[in-house]
Design a protein around this ligand. Structure first.
Ligand code: AMP
Ligand code: MG
Length: 310
């Protein structure tokens, strides 16, 4: 068994290899995988002033900037998921996320006019990509993007690719809750929204597939007993108020599931279902009343512990 734990992409990441064709190749693969995630972090973090994404945001409305293949790919995929979800997934919600996070620090909520101003800058159609010249630009001054809703998924797919290329036959990848199990069935807990991290309402067995979760308990603050969480509804400018507390998607591509889980969290279970089905994914939903239900394809893999009594 070989493992690494490291911080990147705003979270704690772990990669564990349980079996491989060749021990030396596996050790090299795990190092390469960690380096790859750290390199993605350096390009994509909006908290590092020199990252490609920070340079893109700083040049909004002004000029285009050269971007790497990774950044170009993720911006282009993000635009695609924005269209597919009719704007529920929009990386240009960063203007709103920044506004809400400033207020979170002060324990206040933004005024209607602050929200409206930020909302007027949200449009993923304003992300202008020039694939031939490998440049990107945000059309309007003040616009800003972040890939927090999709980057971990892409990074997890990349880690899997590198491990498989290195002859790994059994491994568990966990990038801050975006999980891929290679080679063996492993259980993934469905987090209880109101309990300590790690207390699960149920579990799903996962083999050679990914599990990605979006929930209102992952990051939030409260004012006068109202919870304001980190996933913003780009239609209203407020934290989404859908009928679910959490959604876990199971499927092939972590990138696709990451984008879709965020969109579904905004749209709610019913409106989000076509996106899930089109991606060939399965889902577990935790509702506001703490009921848990899953799509048909998960019947044999999902086990409910107990709901409200936990
Ligand atoms: P996730 O945990 O994958 O659902 O992603 C949540 C993160 O994505 C947030 O912390 C924000 O950085 C960003 N975000 C918030 N709302 C949206 C949205 N509607 N579309 C795309 N990204 C968002
Ligand atoms: Mg996501």
């Amino acid at each position: 068994m070989i493992s690494v734990i490291f911080k990147a992409l705003g979270t704690t990441n772990s990669i564990r290899i349980d079996a491989a064709q060749d021990q030396v190749a596996a050790e090299e693969a795990i190092q390469r995988a960690e380096k790859r995630v750290l390199a993605l972090h350096d390009k994509l973090s909006v908290f590092q002033p020199e990252s490609e994404l920070s340079l893109l945001n700083a040049a909004a409305g002004c000029n285009s900037i050269p971007v790497s293949e990774d950044t170009m790919f993720l911006l282009s995929e993000s635009k695609r998921y924005s269209r597919l979800s009719r704007g529920a997934f929009s990386i240009s919600t960063r203007v709103l996320s920044s506004l809400w996070s400033i207020h979170a620090r002060c324990g206040t909520i933004p005024s209607r006019s602050e929200v409206e101003h930020a909302l007027s800058l949200v449009s993923d159609e304003d992300i202008v990509l020039d694939e031939a010249n490998q440049t990107a630009m945000l059309a309007r001054f003040g616009q800003s993007v972040d890939l927090g809703a999709i980057a971990k998924g892409y990074a997890a797919d990349e880690v899997r690719r590198i491990l498989l290329e290195g002859g790994v036959t059994s491994a568990l990848i966990n990038l801050g809750g975006t999980v891929i199990s290679i080679g063996e069935s492993r259980y993934i807990g469905i987090q209880h929204p109101d309990r300590l991290t790690g207390i699960a309402m149920g579990r799903v067995s996962l083999r050679d597939r990914c599990a990605v979760t979006s929930g209102d308990y992952e990051r939030y603050y409260e004012v006068d007993g109202v919870r304001y969480h980190h996933i913003v509804d780009p239609r209203t400018g407020y934290p989404s108020r859908a009928d679910i507390r959490g959604v876990t998607l199971i499927g092939e591509s972590a990138l696709a599931l990451d984008a879709i889980s965020t969109a579904v969290f905004v749209l709610g279970a019913q409106q989000g279902l076509p996106l899930i089905q089109d991606a060939g994914a399965e889902a577990v939903f935790v509702t506001r009343s703490l009921d848990v239900f899953c799509t048909d394809g998960l019947r044999d893999q999902f086990e409910l512990f107990s709901t409200k009594s936990i």
